[in-house]
Design a protein around this ligand. Sequence first.
Ligand code: GLU
Length: 485
Amino acid sequence: MSVRVRFAPSPTGFMHVGNARTALFTHLFARHQGGTFVLRIEDTDTERHSEDAVNVIYDALKWMELSWDEGPLKGGNFGPYRQSERTDIYKEYIEILKEKGLVYECFCSKEELDNMRQEQLKKGLPPKYTGKCRHLTKDEKERLKKEGRKPVLRFKVPQDRIVIWKDLVKGAISIGAEQLGGDFVIVRSNGMPVYNFVVVIDDALMRISHVIRGEDHISNTPKQILLYEAFGFNVPEFAHLPMILGEDRSKLSKRHGSASVAEFKDKGYLPEAFTNFIALLGWYPKDGKEILSREELIERFDMKDVNSSPAIFNFEKLNWMNKEYIKAYDVSKLTEMIIPYLEKAGFDIGKFDRKWLEKVVDATRDYLTVLSEAPVYMETFLKDDFEIEKDAAEFMNEERLNVVKKFLEKVESAPEIDGELFKKIVKETGKELGAKGKNLFMPIRIALTGKMKGVELDILVSLLGKDRVVKRLHHAISKLERREP
Ligand code: GLU
């Protein structure tokens, strides 16, 4: 049997980390087995689903490089791949169930259902639909329709059945039909078929071999298996992935920091680092290697190694991993990704030479945890008309200002300046003025950056070049003399 798996998100407007992990595991599973990865958009709830929300899904998948073989924007032999375009198909299959006598109209109002529930609870029974409308006569139905009641369609749950499946992650699961809450609704009173019904039709018609999804869907699976059986479809394999929790062991949400893919992207996590980290949420390779390229993930991924207990989302580990990826990343690509953050921070990036910018990125990348921090570290290289910070201004006095002036004199008479020459000039300045240690280095740092802390000065100076160094020194001297910030 060929492996065909699908990722079936509902366009809610944001892609939760849990969904991203489902997409990734499904993708890795498909690629490892040489199977087909299908994307299906579950947008039956048309009112809630805007095109923007669908684009959020595409963007997240593209960012994580989870390309789909079949689906919207791509096509395939089993489309359409958006549920909103499959209504006619669903109607056809609803008719089949009607013909088989496996469904019936139910006219119970919300109030009646609530009362039913209350009574059961009072008796200490688990709430379920009693099957009240199962045996309505034609006349009774007509009368109820005349009253203006709009029926739902319920599926007749077979009694005394135990639904069993061997979950690829959770192991054998068995759920008695009596635990399903009675005959369940498959078409709402407004004519919309519900998730448990459409998902079965879609998975069956799309020839899905393995259904991979979050464990919050376990309670839906027995209902779906009963529907597969009702149609005589092959039942696929199921793999229910463990929940993702925050460190306080509650479901991961925005409260923990971020929970949606777009937020991680905006903060400046690299897609490779994020994906690598997500891959380790509930799965661990046998050889224990943690930094893994996409190829390595595909090669190692095995559903057998997916843990059945919840995965804890550890932000510290993600940060560590992102730092590692930033250190090793292709500098040109990294620069490309950093530029939007610089522009957002107000820098006119067009005026800098691209190769030079790459050198600045290279000089500062080790300081970064996420790319959104880049402007803070790169500012020193980009901004010549900086302000003098308060502690830096307070540190300066006449003697220290003289160090700066002497240093400037020497830079001006040099043909160009690089890291080596910088060190030499500093040494000479110190010797001539009898200044050393903090009294020598700090005034120069302050005059070049306006700050008391920062990057290595020889690197800064060699990247600025003589003209900009001279310009900065004049700028700082004039500010310090006039005691301006
Ligand atoms: N649309 C469902 C969800 O986003 C899909 C569940 C499934 O994979 O069956 O949770």
